[in-house]
Design a protein around this ligand. Structure first.
Ligand SMILES: NC(=O)c1ccc[n+]([C@@H]2O[C@H](COP(=O)([O-])OP(=O)(O)OC[C@H]3O[C@@H](n4cnc5c(N)ncnc54)[C@H](OP(=O)(O)O)[C@@H]3O)[C@@H](O)[C@H]2O)c1
Length: 273
């Protein structure tokens, strides 16, 4: 990491926070500049042993010395956890990065006591393999330097993109947050078809995964446009052309578009609930 190393506080170290901490450590971020909090002593011990970071149960003490506070508890716990820390947050005014789906910047600011620099972040599960995609939205209080700090943190587990409006969080959920499941569904269907063609479950699974991996690596590593890559596999009058024609006539593109809009609608509904 080329930026100066701000002191990071992770409030709630579970699946997502530990993925980010793992990515940061793998990228050379000093463990000494990271503190993680959990209520249970077992988890505190686990992260101390695994990452060499500081751990504690004391959220207040942790944010008192932090430059960046990453809020990584479950969405339904966010209000009580942030409100309880608000006196400590108001003293130092660190940047807050919330990983939670749901709570808006306005709510988070209110719970934290007001006038805070806040980034809302929506990561996805492949962050656990440092292959994630995250959307970031910053309020007006976030400085350019703080934006760079937020980017550096999320870049440790994949790529990230800034969203101009908070509503972009719903869109990033549709295109990246929920999207790994779309690919899994496609693979699931291919595995089922493979089994009907006589392959064992294990073989069909391995063939589907390896084919997906090969296609993804071709798209990422050759830099060739995906339309061109598809053309390269699709000889006129050949087998792939027939399969693609079947997808197109079945309305695959409209289905994908419809699925993404359904995800956006649901995300909007959940934010209001
Ligand atoms: N996992 C994902 O794929 C994903 C994707 C996008 C966004 N997110 C968001 O990331 C956030 C975390 O999700 P997760 O899946 O990592 O959840 P998780 O595994 O349940 O982690 C939450 C952690 O918070 C700790 N915690 C609970 N209350 C606490 C408190 N008062 N003080 C300190 N620590 C506390 C829990 O440990 P103790 O019980 O020991 O305290 C737990 O380890 C959520 O808001 C979620 O919406 C997750």
């Amino acid at each position: 990491m080329t930026l100066s190393t701000p002191k990071l506080a992770f409030i709630g170290v579970g699946n997502m926070a530990s993925a980010i901490i793992g990515g940061l450590i793998a990228n050379g971020y000093p463990a000494d500049s990271i503190t993680g909090t959990n209520r249970s002593e077992e988890k505190q011990q686990l992260w101390r042993d695994k990452f060499g970071i500081h751990t504690t149960h004391d959220n207040d003490l942790t944010v008192e010395t932090a430059d960046v506070v990453i809020l990584a508890v479950k969405p339904q716990m966010m209000e009580s956890v942030v409100s309880a820390m608000s006196p400590a947050l108001q003293q130092r005014k660190p940047m807050l990065i919330s990983l939670a789906a749901g709570p808006t910047v306005e709510s988070l600011d209110q719970w934290a006591g007001g006038d805070m620099a806040i980034v809302r972040c929506m990561p996805n599960t492949p962050s656990m393999l440092q292959c994630g995609v995250a959307g970031l939205y910053a309020n007006q209080k976030v400085s350019l330097e703080q934006k760079q700090q937020a980017e550096a943190i999320l870049n440790a587990v994949g790529i990230c993109r800034w969203l101009e409006a908070e509503s972009g969080i719903d869109s990033i959920i549709a295109v990246a947050g929920s999207a790994p499941a779309y690919y899994y569904l496609f693979m699931e269907a291919m595995i089922e078809s493979g089994k009907k063609l006589g392959f064992s479950h294990e073989d069909s699974t391995e063939l589907a995964i390896q084919t997906a991996l090969g296609a993804v690596r071709m798209a990422k590593e050759t830099g060739t446009d995906v339309v061109e890559l598809r053309r390269q596999v699709t000889s006129p009058g050949g087998t792939t052309a027939e399969a693609i024609r079947t997808f197109e006539e079945g309305g695959l593109r409209q289905l994908i578009d419809g699925a993404m809009h359904a995800a956006i609608k649901r995300s909007q509904e959940l934010a209001k609930a």
